[in-house]
Design a protein around this ligand. Structure first.
Ligand code: 4AD
Ligand code: MG
Length: 478
């Protein structure tokens, strides 16, 4: 039978065993047994659960049996029967075993003992073969699919924003340069600076920090759109919440005001969490158990107040708390808590402030709005008071900011003035400004950090452990 039509281990594990002959392929997780019989746990990554292969040693060559070690790959044909042992419903009684690829169990980096996540990061090429990363990769896939599903069902169009850009969407200037010039001997202008007119694009080029600006252009024609692509930030922050390359989902909607934007963000996040609970139950149960074990080594106050599934259910059911930045500052000032970073109106909130609001004060997700204009991007719609803008950040327990967004400034004059005030190079944004000159409309959007969502759903502690190959300062091995 063509491999295309072969059932996976996940399928056989839920099939009624009737002594039918089947074939499976996968990697050996463990092998145990006695002088008569071997029990081999085989995984093909289709589920967190392995299929148990039972091999009567008298039926196989010693040479073959010796080669079956942790890490090697096998194709096994045999009969599917009800398991005699506890722990699994079915066994595969092997009649034919082929070793596809050997692995020396002595040197194979993934040993039976538990490895630290730090160590697994150093062997990122093999960590998908662990239970934890298998679960995370399946959940990433499920949520990626759910995101497209959510928007498709609501008639949003998926727009592919470019990855190479000539503008700085967030105006924060933390971008990776893209160039084909010879780094050791670039062409120079008379004043000694690099002459980028001779570079590939004839001007400076960067990797995008956000697909928003292009998304806005499309929303001005298709009304509801979204992007889901990689974004790059050269901020040198070595934290458990930042990557230099991460994936972002950015919906952008014409005719949406800030309230509508918040409604969408809340509904979207709840949908995704419920989707994971429904479609990734086995993987989440495994990750919950893992987390409980890990936390049993920690001090009580460092443990999560809720187990993983309880937390997911709670967040998917509770209305999020909505308040303004100004109200949040008052709460923080009155808290009597000593923060490392000072709290006063006008400062950017640090993760310790965000987490206090979410985890200690409200004990549920929070949407903060109307931030001071000086700490937010140029494109956000200005409030009447002249001090704040229609920004919204969604803050999650254990994560801090998971979504950042806003209503956009649709007024040409106001936007234009703000660009000048913030000393942004307006020539490079002429096309963006034109959308405000030709048929401008109120519109809004936001960006969800995909890895922060995965962090929350999996209960993992470090963002480098929820992306296959993390990109971070001084980190580019795989
Ligand atoms: O708040 P940010 O910077 O917003 C934007 O980029 C807007 N253009 C979005 C929009 O309105 N369309 O980033 C959005 C989200 C953050 O809330 C966070 O979840 C995630 O992206 N994020 C990061 N995730 C991982 N590593 C980083 N370095 C991140 N920076 C932002
Ligand atoms: Mg932000």
């Amino acid at each position: 039978m063509s491999a295309l039509h072969q059932k996976r281990i996940a399928d056989w594990l839920v099939t009624t065993p009737e002594n039918q002959e089947i074939t499976v392929s996968g990697w050996v997780r463990t092998k145990r047994g006695n002088k008569d019989i071997a029990f081999i746990a085989l995984s093909d990554g289709s589920t967190i659960n392995n299929i148990q292969i039972v091999a009567d040693l008298s039926k196989f060559e010693e040479e073959l049996l010796r080669k079956i070690q942790t890490g090697c790959s096998l194709r096994v044909t045999g009969n599917l029967v009800a398991s005699q042992g506890a722990g699994q419903a079915v066994d595969l009684v092997a009649s034919q075993i082929t070793v596809l690829g050997e692995a020396d169990a002595e040197t194979f980096p993934l040993q039976k003992k538990k490895h630290t996540l730090e160590f697994l990061r150093e062997i990122a090429h093999l960590r998908p073969r662990t239970n934890t990363f298998g679960a995370i990769l399946r959940i990433r896939h499920a949520l990626s699919f759910a995101i497209h599903n959510y928007f498709n069902e609501r008639h949003f169009y998926n727009i592919h924003a470019p990855i190479i850009t000539g503008s700085d969407a967030e105006g924060a200037g933390e971008m990776f340069r893209v160039t084909t010039l010879d780094a050791s001997n670039p062409p120079r202008k008379e004043d000694g600076t690099v002459d980028s007119s001779q570079d590939f694009f004839g001007k400076d080029a960067n990797l995008t920090v956000s697909g928003q600006l292009e998304s806005e252009l499309a929303a001005m024609a298709l009304s509801r759109v979204y992007t889901f692509g990689p974004t790059f930030r050269a901020e040198n922050s070595n934290t458990t919440r930042h990557l230099a390359e991460f994936w972002m989902i950015e919906p952008e909607m014409a005719f949406f005001e800030l309230e509508d934007n918040m409604d969408l963000a809340e509904d979207f996040l709840k949908y995704l969490i419920r989707y994971a609970m429904e479609h990734c139950a086995d993987d989440l149960a495994f990750l919950e158990k893992r987390l409980i074990e890990e936390e049993s080594q920690m001090k009580k106050e460092d443990r999560n107040p809720m187990a993983l599934l309880e937390k997911l259910k709670f967040v998917s059911e509770q209305p999020f708390e909505r308040l303004t930045y100004t109200e949040a500052i008052q709460i923080l000032e009155r808290s009597g808590k000593k923060f490392e970073f000072q709290v006063k109106w006008g400062v950017d909130l640090q993760s310790e402030h965000e987490r206090y609001l979410v985890e200690k004060h409200f004990k549920k997700p929070v949407i903060l709005t109307n931030y001071p204009k000086d700490i937010k991007a140029f494109y956000m719609k200005q409030d009447e008071d002249g001090k704040t803008v229609r920004a919204m950040d969604v803050l999650f327990p254990g994560i801090g900011e998971i979504i950042g967004g806003s209503q956009r400034e649709e007024d040409y004059e106001k936007l234009s003035r703000r660009i000048d005030e913030m000393k942004i190079h307006r020539e490079s944004l002429w096309w963006y400004l034109e959308t405000r000159q030709y048929g401008t409309v109120p519109h809004s959007g936001f960006g969800l950090g995909f890895e922060r969502l995965i962090l929350f759903v999996t209960g993992m502690g470090n963002i480098r452990d929820v992306i296959p190959f993390p990109r971070a300062p001084k980190n580019l091995e795989f």
